[in-house]
Write a protein of this length. Structure first.
Length: 360
């Protein structure tokens, strides 16, 4: 049986959950819903998994429900499995109701067969989320970038946000754009850039259509596992989110003419001591920020510096970007990933957001 409850206290919940892909637009975080039923099936897919179940309402009628969980890749890395959701199991969910779907919700906690409630982000037995040590150098002395990497855990709370919405840096000063998303666009758009972004709607975000956004934000988005392969002439980065594949050519001194524009661009790299310096051009026009709608032209130019952390577990990347067509100033950012024992899981996007029950 479902019952929708209105709690002012859930405004706090809205603040902690609204970073979720599309959550604020799809779900009403000012409300909560408690619903119990019988599991019909589970869809372990990216970008969101869904559990489908039957609910008997007060009139004795069967209502077909579905509730959204985290991405399958993230759930599996956290120890969740499809086998947990056996058909016929009793399920109890506390969550947030969908805005446009009468029998849909966003899972905050769930319990199976009257067991203990499990938080949406819980790490269960068998989780592979701990960072691991990895040699800093290969046998030939080259810095070691190989293996699987995942976004470094974020400290709870963290430094305060400035007036632009970004987290402050270690020195208390406003951090660069890569340190935390501000409200609205973080980019200094030219008149042409404003025109290119005009009319952007939330639904236009490429992530809502199983498309990649860009090479910097997608590397850590939603904490998917990335993988790096490395040899003398080429370093290949495969993103766990949206399947971007980047090839960094170490055996090329310049970009070839007549590049075919792509989301990942064309990258050449060289070692500056233990730091990999990567120069990338040849981008297809796309988004700098899929939420605000800020776009880049095909003249986007990115320079990255990638180095291993001193703790032998981390990989730090900084970048500087410029776009003489859509921007009037450079932008900067940084991120950090840590070595993980978790397997790389191809994204294979299957967005079920627009699916509406009944009829599953």
């Amino acid at each position: 049986m479902s019952r929708i409850l209105f709690f002012a206290a859930l405004l706090f919940l809205a603040g902690t959950s609204s970073a979720h892909h599309g959550s604020a637009g799809q779900f009403d975080h000012s409300k909560t819903v408690e619903v119990s039923g019988v599991v019909k099936k589970i869809r372990f897919v990216n970008p969101h998994s869904y559990v489908y179940f039957d609910v008997t309402n007060d009139a004795g009628e069967i209502e077909e429900w579905r509730c959204e969980m985290r991405a399958a890749s993230v759930l599996k890395r956290s120890g969740w499995s499809e086998d947990m959701f056996e058909s016929g199991a009793v399920i109890d969910i506390v969550g947030v109701p969908a805005r446009r779907e009468p029998h849909g919700c966003y899972v905050e906690t769930l319990a199976l067969n009257e067991g203990e409630a499990i938080r949406r982000s819980a790490e269960l037995e068998g989780a592979k989320t701990a960072s691991v040590e990895r040699p800093l150098h290969l046998a030939d002395g080259t810095p070691n970038l190989t293996g699987n990497w995942v976004r470094a855990p974020r400290e709870r709370g963290g430094p305060p946000r400035g007036p632009d919405g970004r987290r402050a840096g270690p020195d208390g000063q406003p951090a660069g754009p890569g340190m935390g998303p501000p409200r609205g666009s973080r980019y200094a758009q030219s008149d042409a850039g404003v025109v290119a972004s005009a009319g952007h709607e939330t639904e236009d975000n490429p992530r809502f259509h199983c498309n990649a956004t860009n090479i910097f934000h997608d590397w850590t988005f939603d904490a998917h596992v990335n993988t790096i392969e490395q040899d003398e002439d080429v370093i290949t980065l495969t993103f766990g989110f949206m399947n971007i594949v980047r090839t960094i050519h170490l055996d090329q001194d310049s970009h070839p003419d007549n590049l075919e524009p792509s989301r990942g661009g064309h990258s050449i790299g060289e070692w500056d001591g233990d730091t990999l310096v990567v120069d990338t051009v040849g981008f297809a026009e796309g988004y700098l920020d899929g939420r605000s709608g800020a776009k880049h032209s095909d003249q986007l130019h990115i320079v990255e510096r990638v180095s291993r952390g001193e703790d032998s577990k981390s990989l730090v990347r900084t970048w500087v970007g410029e776009d003489p067509v859509y921007l009037t100033a450079r932008f900067e950012g940084q991120d950090q990933v840590v070595a993980t024992e978790a397997e790389f899981d191809p994204y294979n996007c299957e967005d079920l957001t627009q699916e509406v029950v009944p009829g599953f």
